[in-house]
Ligand binder design. Sequence first.
Ligand SMILES: Nc1ncnc2c1ncn2[C@@H]1O[C@H](COP(=O)(O)OP(=O)(O)OP(=O)(O)O)[C@@H](O)[C@H]1O
Ligand SMILES: [Mg+2]
Length: 631
Amino acid sequence: MPAPVTRFDFKTAVSDKRLVGLWRMLTGFRLAYLGAVVGVGVAAVLQTGNALLLRYLVDDVLGQGRFDHILLLIGLGFVALALGQGTLSFLSGALTARTSEGIARRLRNYLYDHIQRMSFTYHDHMETGELIQRATSDVDAVRRFFADQAINAGHIVLLFVINFVALWSLNARLALLSVVVVPLIMVVSVFFFKKVMKAYEAFQEQEAKLSTTLQENLTGVRVVKAFARQAYEQEKFEQDNWEQYQRGRRLLTFHSLFWPSSDILCSFQMVGAFLAGALMAINGTISVGTYLAAVRMIVWLIWPMRNLGRLIVQMSTGMVSYMRVVKLIKEEREPLDAGIYRPSGNVRGEIVFRDVCFEYDNGDSAVLKGISFRGEPGQAVALLGSTGSGKTSLVNLLPRFYEYTGGSLTLDGVELREYPRHYLRQQIGIVEQEPFLFSRTIRENITYGVGRDVSDEEVEAAARMAAIHDVVVSFPDGYNTLVGEKGITLSGGQKQRVAIARTLLKDPRILILDDATSSVDTETEGEIREALERLMEGRTTFIIAHRIQSVMNADLILVLDQGRIVQRGTHDELMAQEGIYRRIYDMQARIEDELEQELTEHASKVWEIPETWEEIWEDETKEEELAYVAL
Ligand SMILES: Nc1ncnc2c1ncn2[C@@H]1O[C@H](COP(=O)(O)OP(=O)(O)OP(=O)(O)O)[C@@H](O)[C@H]1O
Ligand SMILES: [Mg+2]
C-alpha cells in the first residue's frame, strides 16, 4: 500500500515561543489529541468516583447496617467504573499514538525533503551527523513530547484538579493541608528543568559530533585502513566518546538528583496529610468513609505532584529538540523556481562569461578571477589546468550550484541569475568528477533523473554509448544488478561509465564532463571519447580532462591557472604558442613514446601507465626536464 501523502509546511508552524510552536505543530491532529485529553480527564473523574463510591459504601451502607440489594448495585458500580476507566485509557492511548506518530512522520518527511533542498553552500558547512541527529533523535524527542509528556502532564493536572476539588468538597482544611508542598515542588522542578535543558542540549550536540565521526569513518573506512590509522581514529573517537560519557552522566545526575528531592517532599506531604486526616477522623470531624475516600484522593493528589515534576524535567528534552529542529526548518531552502526569466523551450546553449569572479562563502580568496570567454551553441569548450585551478568551480556556476560573485554570465543572452535553477538543471547534464551511484539497480541508476518512462532499449543504447553495456550484461542480474553495499561494488571506471550513461539518457542541451574519463584506461577512454564526440554534436559541452587527447578536438581550449585563464585557443593555435599547453603536450607525447618503446622492449612486462600529467606538473624536480621539453 503506498503511503498516504502528508503535506504540512512546518515553516509556517515554527515559533520562537516553544509552546506556541508545539501547539501549531498539532495542526490536523488537534481533535484527536483533544479526544485523548478528554479521555484521560474522564478516566480521572471515574477514578475519583471510585473513591466517592467507597465512601458511600462505608458510611451510608455498611455503617448503617444495610445489607440489601444496594450492595450488588455498588458492586456493579465498581465494575462499571473500572471498565469505563480501562476503555477510556485505551482510547486515549490510541489517539495519542495516532497524534504523536503522525506528527513525527510528518516532521521526518518534511525534514528529509527540506535537507535535500538546501543549497550546496549549506551542505558545505553542515555536518552530516548533525543533520542525521536532527532528523532522527530530535524528531523522536518531539514525538515523545506528544506521546508521553504533554498528554501525561494534561492527565496529571486533571487528576490533581479533580481530586483537589473532590477533597475540598469533603473537607477544605484537609484539602489545603494536602498540597502545602506544591509550591516547593514547582520551584524544585523549574530549577531542574533549566539544568536538564542545558545538559541535554550539550548532550545532543556531542552525540551529533559522534555520529559525524562515525559516519565519516564508515565512509572513509578504506582510507583509514590504507593509511593504517585505526589507532589514531580510535583515539580520536574515544576522546569524543569520553566527552559524550561525561555529558550523559551529567544529564542523568541531574535526573537522579531531582528524583529523591521531589520524593522526599512528596513523602512528607503524604504522611502529613494521612496523619491530619486520621486525627480528624479520630476526633470526629470527618467520618470513617470520608477518611478512606480522602486517603485515596490524597494518593491521587500527590502522585500527580511527584510526576508533574518528573514530566516538567523530561519536557526540557522535548523543548531542546524542538528548538534544534526549528533551527533546521528555519534554514532557507535553495529557491529552485525563483527566476524572472521563464523560457518556454530548450536553450540554444550560447554561454558567455564576462569578467566572472567567484569565491566560496568560507573562502578567503577568489577562486575564479576575471573569467571571460564565449561558448557558441554546439561548441565544445575544454578546460585544462592543474589541480585546484578552479575548473570544477567554474562549471558548477552553470547549473547555479553556486552563485558567481562578480561579472556577468549569460546563457542565450540572458543573465544566468534570471533563470530558475530548476530549469537550468533540466537543461544541463553533468558527469561529476566523483560520480555517486545509489544503492539501487544499475537500471535505476541509469534512468535516474530522466523523469519519464524509459524503454529497455533506450537504457541499453545509453549504456552502449558509455561503453558499459558489456560489463553490465556480464553480471548475473544484468541491468537489475544492485549497486553498492547490498549488491556488487563497481570499479571507479565502471561507476564513471554508469554516470555517463545516466547523463546521456537525460539528453541535456548543455553537457558538462568533469574529468569524466579519469578512472578509465586509455583504451576504454578512446571508446568513450568516440561515443562522447558523437554525443557532443549539437550540444554545448564543457570538458574537463587531464589528457590532451581528450581536449584537442575542442573548439576552444582554456588553460586555467589559479583561477585565471592563462591561455586560450584551439589545439593548433595553442601548439603554435610558447606556454603551458605545448609543454604539457610535449611531455605527454614524450611519456607515451617512451612508454611505447619500453612496452615493445619488455613486451612481457606489465607496466603501470602514468595516467595523468598533473603529478609531473606538480613535481618541482621535473622543472628542468620540462624546460628541456619546452625547448
Ligand atoms: N565547496 C568548496 N568550498 C570552499 N572552497 C572550495 C570548495 N570547493 C573547492 N574549493 C576551493 O576552490 C579551489 C578550486 O577548486 P576546484 O575544485 O574548482 O579545482 P579543480 O580545478 O576542479 O581541481 P581538480 O583538477 O583537482 O578537480 C580550490 O582551492 C579549493 O580548495
Ligand atoms: Mg575538479
